[in-house]
Write a new protein. Structure first.
Length: 377
C-alpha cells in the first residue's frame, strides 16, 4: 500500500468516513476471498490450521497515536524464558508479527502461538496450564470463565491489546444499530437502547415500546418497535449486552419477546423489510435498506456516527477491542516475561505492528494507558 503524507491523510479521513456511511457495508467490506456467510467445515479446519486469510486493507489507515508510550524494557536484554500462547484464527498472523517485534528486544525469550487457532480458546485454555496467555477477538462470557473461577477462585485478567477493525467481515468489525431506511430517526442513546432491549434497565430508563417514545410523531408515534437481535450466546450479542445493557457491575438481561436470529446474518435483511424495526450487527453485515444510527453515550449528549474516523479514534461507543487473557491472582504481579510481552504489545512499537498489518486499528493513547494499568506498569 502506497504511503501518503500524514497531512493528506488527515484531509481525506473525514471524506472517507462520510463515504463509508453512504455505502452498504456488506457491499464495500473486503474479505480477502472468504465468502460472505458462515464458514464451512472445510473453511473452519483451514482457519484452525493456518489462521484466517487476511482481508484487503481499508483505503486509508489512521496514523499511530503519538500519545502511545515508546517501549522501554524493564528487564535486562539477557532475560530468558519460554511462553506458549493460544490465539483465535483472526489473530494468528498478527501474533507472529508481535512475537518477531518483541524478540528484537529480548532475543533469549521464546514465545510460541501454535495452531489450532480458534475463537473458543478464551480462558478455558488457561485452566489446564498449557498456555500462558490467550489472544481472543471478543469479550469473555460467563461460560468461558466458569471452569477457571471454579479452579482458581477468581476470573482471568483480560487486557485490551488492539482495536478491532472498522468493517472487515470476520475481523471484529464495529457494531452498529440501524433502522429501516424510511425511519426518520437518526440518533439514539445507550439509555434508550437499554430501555428498548432489556428487562433490567440498569441505565435507569423507563420501558420504551413505541416509536413515539423516541420522539417520532405522526404515523410513527403509536407504532410498536420491532426489535431484531442475535440469540444468546453469540459474540455480537455478548458485546452489546456488556456495552449497552450492563453499565455497572450487574449483568443486564434481554427481553424474551424480541425477534432473535440464530446468527447475525439475517438481522439487517429483516430490518430492511420491516418499516418499524430496529436491529444491530457488525458493519460488515449491513446492507441496502437500512439506516445506521449515531449513538449517544448519554441522553441529551452528543451522538457519534459509526464513521471510519470515529471508530479509528475509539470515539464511537461500540468500537471493539482485541484482548489478551492471562491468569493473574488478585494483588500478584505478572511473570516478568509475560509482563514485558504485554507491555511491548500495547506500546507504540507494538501498535505500529497493528498499523503495518492494516486490518485491525491501533489502540489510542488513553486505551493503552488503561491496559498498562491492568498489566501493572
Amino acid at each position: 500500500m502506497t504511503t501518503m503524507p500524514a497531512a493528506f491523510r488527515c484531509l481525506l479521513l473525514p471524506a472517507l468516513a462520510a463515504a463509508a456511511l453512504l455505502l452498504p457495508a456488506a457491499a464495500s467490506a473486503q474479505n480477502g476471498g472468504v465468502k460472505y456467510g458462515p464458514p464451512s467445515a472445510a473453511d473452519t479446519a483451514s482457519f484452525m490450521k493456518n489462521g484466517r486469510p487476511l482481508p484487503d486493507p481499508e483505503l486509508l489507515q489512521p496514523t499511530v497515536d503519538p500519545a502511545l508510550p515508546a517501549f522501554q524494557p524493564r528487564e535486562s536484554a539477557a532475560l530468558a524464558g519460554a511462553l506458549r500462547g493460544a490465539a483465535s484464527d483472526v489473530l494468528a498472523k498478527l501474533a507472529q508479527r508481535w512475537i518477531a517485534g518483541f524478540k528484537k528486544f529480548y532475543p533469549n525469550v521464546s514465545v510460541t502461538v501454535p495452531p489450532p487457532y480458534s475463537g473458543k480458546v478464551g480462558a478455558r485454555e488457561l485452566v489446564s496450564g498449557k498456555v500462558d496467555f490467550a489472544l481472543v477477538s471478543r469479550e469473555l462470557v460467563p461460560s468461558d470463565v466458569t471452569e477457571f473461577k471454579a479452579k482458581f477462585g477468581y476470573g482471568p485478567l483480560s487486557v485490551p491489546i488492539s482495536g478491532g477493525s472498522y468493517r472487515h467481515f470476520g475481523f471484529l468489525d464495529a457494531v452498529v444499530f440501524f433502522v429501516n431506511q424510511d425511519n426518520p430517526l437518526s440518533r439514539i442513546s445507550l439509555t434508550q437502547l437499554d430501555s428498548i432491549l432489556s428487562t433490567t434497565r440498569y441505565r435507569g430508563g423507563e420501558p420504551i415500546r413505541t416509536w413515539g417514545q423516541l420522539g417520532l410523531t405522526g404515523e410513527w408515534a403509536d407504532q410498536p418497535i420491532h426489535v431484531w437481535a442475535v440469540k444468546p450466546w453469540n459474540g455480537f450479542e455478548e458485546f452489546v449486552r456488556e456495552r449497552v445493557l450492563s453499565p455497572g457491575a450487574s449483568r443486564g438481561e434481554w427481553r424474551d419477546d424480541l425477534n432473535f436470529g440464530a446468527t447475525v446474518f439475517p438481522i439487517a435483511p429483516a430490518v430492511a423489510k420491516d418499516r418499524y424495526a430496529i436491529g444491530y450487527a457488525g458493519l460488515a453485515y449491513t446492507n441496502d435498506g437500512v439506516k445506521l444510527l449515531a449513538l449517544a453515550p448519554d441522553d441529551g449528549g452528543p451522538a457519534v456516527p459509526p464513521s471510519y474516523e470515529a471508530v479509528a479514534r475509539a470515539e464511537y461507543p461500540l468500537s471493539r477491542v482485541v484482548y489478551c487473557n492471562v491468569n493473574r491472582a488478585p494483588g500478584q504481579p505478572l511473570d516478568p516475561v509475560l509482563r514485558e510481552l504485554l507491555r511491548f504489545i500495547v506500546s507504540r512499537e507494538g501498535q505500529e505492528v497493528v498499523h503495518a498489518q492494516a486490518v485491525f486499528l491501533p489502540l489510542r493513547g488513553a486505551q493503552a494507558a488503561r491496559s498498562l494499568n491492568l498489566i501493572g506498569n
